[in-house]
Structures are given as C-alpha cells and as structure tokens.
Design a binder for this molecule. Sequence first.
Ligand code: TYD
Ligand code: MG
Length: 472
Amino acid sequence: MARPTSRFVCQGCGEAFLRWEGQCRACGAWNSLVETVVRDTARVSRGLRVASDGTSPVALTDIGDSDVPRLATGIAELDRVLGGGLVPGSLVLVGGEPGIGKSTLLLQAAAGLGRPVLYATGEESAAQVRIRAGRLGLLGVPAGTAIEVLAEHDIGRIVDVGRSMRPALVVVDSIQTATVDELDGAAGSVGQVREATLRLMEFAKGESIAVVLVGHVTKDGSIAGPKTMEHLVDAVVSLEGERYAALRLVRASKNRFGSTDEVGVFEMAGDGLVEVSDPARAFLADHAEPAAGSVIAPTMEGSRPLLVEVQALVAPAGYGTPARKGSGIDPNRLGLLVAVLARRAGVALGSYDVYANLAGGLSVGEPALDLPLALALASSLRDRPLPAKSVAIGEVGLLGELRSVAGVERRLREAARLGFEMAIVPRPNRGAGPIEANGLQIVEVATLRDAVEAALTGETGRHGDAVPALLG
Ligand code: TYD
Ligand code: MG
C-alpha cells in the first residue's frame, strides 16, 4: 500500500495546510496543526451516499413509509425523540456531561432492541460494563445476552468486528476515546474525532447498520470535538439535567429522521433510567404554600407542555457591579428583563444582585419564559408571593408590552389538569377569540406593569377590580 499523503489540519478551526506551521494562518491559533490522513475522496463520497439499489427515480408518492425502517429501543421516551426508533445505516451522536447517564441510557437501549448489539467501549473495561449491566438487571436475561462488549478504542478494529458480526446496532462509547491508527494525534483531538466519525459513517452507510456514538460535552455545553462531527451525523441527541438531581431530559438538536421538538423525560434511579410517567409535573418543586420569588410557567417542549418553576432571588448588591446570574435560562434575557422591569414597570433592580434558575435542572430557551421570570424577580423584590395555584406565561417586549405565545390554550389546559386555578397571560391579539381553558381563571394583561400589578397586589385579580381584563 502506498504511504498515505497527509495534511496538517488546525485543531481549532479545521483548516488544512500542506506542511506544518507554528501558527494557523486561518484562525491565528498557535501550535494547533495536527497531521491528518488524506482520504480517497471518491471512496468517501461513495460511503456517504445513502445506500440505494437503483438509480431510477421514484415518484414521491410511491415511496412507502416502510422505506425508513425503524429499530425500536423499547424505551418509549427515547424512541419518540428519535422519531420512532433508530434507523439502520444512520449515525446518531448522544452528547452529555460526564456522569449524566449516557452509558446507562445506551446500555438500556441496546438491551431493549432485542437484536444483536456490538457495544464498543474505550472508556471502561468490559468488567465495568458488566457491573452496570448488573445494576440494570441485564445479566442472565436474553436481552443482555444479545449484547457483545468490546473493550477497544481503535476504530479500525471496531469496524472490522462490526463487519464480521453484523449486529443491528453498534455503540461506540465514546468518540473522544476512539483512535484511528494512521494518525499520531492524541485521542479526542479534532483530527482523531473527525476521522473516527468519518470511518464510522462509512461503516454505517455501507453496511446499513445503526451506529450510536457517545460524545462528551465541554463546559460551555457544546459537544467536544469539531463542529464537522455534528454536521456528519444524522442525529444529535443530548442528555441534560443536573448531575445531582434525578431528572434527565433527552432532546434532539438535529434529526434527519424526525422532528427536533420532542423531549423525553427520565429519572435516574438505582436500577437505571426510568421513564417519567407524568412529565408535565416532573419539574415542579414542592411547596406547601406559595413563596416569594417563585412562579410556575407552563412551557412547551415541542408538542408537550411542561410546567416548570422559575425561582428568583433579589438581594441588595455589595460593592461593585451587581450580579445577574441565571441557570437554565438565557443570561442575556435576564439582563434585559431587569432593564425592562426598571424602565417600564417601576420595579427597580439596579442596586440588587439578581439570581434566577429553573427547578429540576431544566433549561428552557423559549421567550415565553419572560413573563414568569420577570414576575419572579418582582415578587422576590417586593417579598410577596403570587396568588396560590397560579401560573404565568408570555413574552415581554422592550417597551414593556406583552406578546402572546404559541399554544397558549394547550399550556393552560395542562395547568388546569394539574390543579392550577389562575393564569396570567398576555391579552390575545385583536381578532383572536377568548382563551378557553377549562376551569382556569384567566387574567389577561397588556403590559408588564399590569402583569406585576395583577400578580402582586393584594386583590390578586380574584375579585376583578385590580386587573384590566378578567375572563371566567
Ligand atoms: P453513566 O451512564 O456512567 O454516565 P456517563 O456515561 O454519561 O458518564 O452513569 C452516571 C451516573 O449514574 C453514575 O454516577 C451512577 C448513576 N447511576 C445510577 O444512579 N443508577 C444506575 O442504575 C446506574 C447504572 C448509574
Ligand atoms: Mg459513560
């Protein structure tokens, strides 16, 4: 075999050069160039093409559903996020922080498949995998026997074993420990991760075998390794949650075979991840009585309403710039709401430290969280709780105006189902009919100032005089 030619690829930006240089000419990083194998491009594109048996076109309507077969993992919450199960020949990246439960989830999914699975682990020894399998109750049952464990980090070996074994699924735990023989770079370097991903992609497409990669997540929440890895794979699924809390959320940020809206909710128990039966209430903290600084928000995760508790704490700032800290929420949004509250709603937080988070380790990006967050801040500052059994939802504009959010009725129906009695919502756009939510008292407000008034004045809108609009 001829000696493969190589390029020097920047570990920071991925730019390739013909020879080694101390500084990358593209991004300016020092000592970032790593030798990378140059691939036979014809072979790569052949490998990347979705397997098809002919080249003649087929009418769109003649393509049956069955053309995308699915391998159900038997874990309903996971299958839903994947769009119905794993697709043979697809490459799925499962990301998450260390210790969050990626290996646990994949071992459970492998067992649930009920088909032969190759579980390649470069992170743990076979014995460690066995201990986990024992906790999950997979030893000595047929589901466990179908899983072959291979303690190996060399991708060439893993692919060879996969080719001869022909399992339904190959799990590679993790891509950061995988290495490609031809490269000198350390495991986890951009060159190694990219090359390993490419080879697994080629294997998956070529053999029509589903491959799941485990990927670690860096401090800032992105999957460690080159961005190109996320472009290559068919789906990126992340496992989120607080390591020291039990709840875990599975979410797809990319999915070529399904929607990216769905979330799956799990709880980490002594014997693995257990599906949560009523996720809508899972993220509510338990309080006997309403507390100042706490607001319940009916958020939507895809098509699924989730009620979450927004908590805020406002305390006089010491010396220096006041703190604005949030977890599970966008910090820019927090800063903006502090400003809007001060200028448009008479809630001056300028000389206070502000902390806000979501109970249960959830993180929510939707702007609908604005109003509950703003009300939680105002409630903490005034040290007055919102009325008992109330929820709030809505987007806040820079002028202090409130905007309605998608799916208000679904959210409120869910809140009513869980026993909430009152909702503070933006007044619907002109032309839209009144919001219907069985049994919930709905307080419609047009501005943030009115919302604060409705939420925190003694009347709480119950008797109808303190609020601008009140529908039964
Ligand atoms: P693990 O799947 O090893 O996480 P990752 O692969 O993402 O690093 O699991 C991490 C934690 O989960 C570990 O600290 C122990 C805990 N755990 C349970 O609480 N119950 C269980 O049944 C298992 C297998 C793990
Ligand atoms: Mg692991």
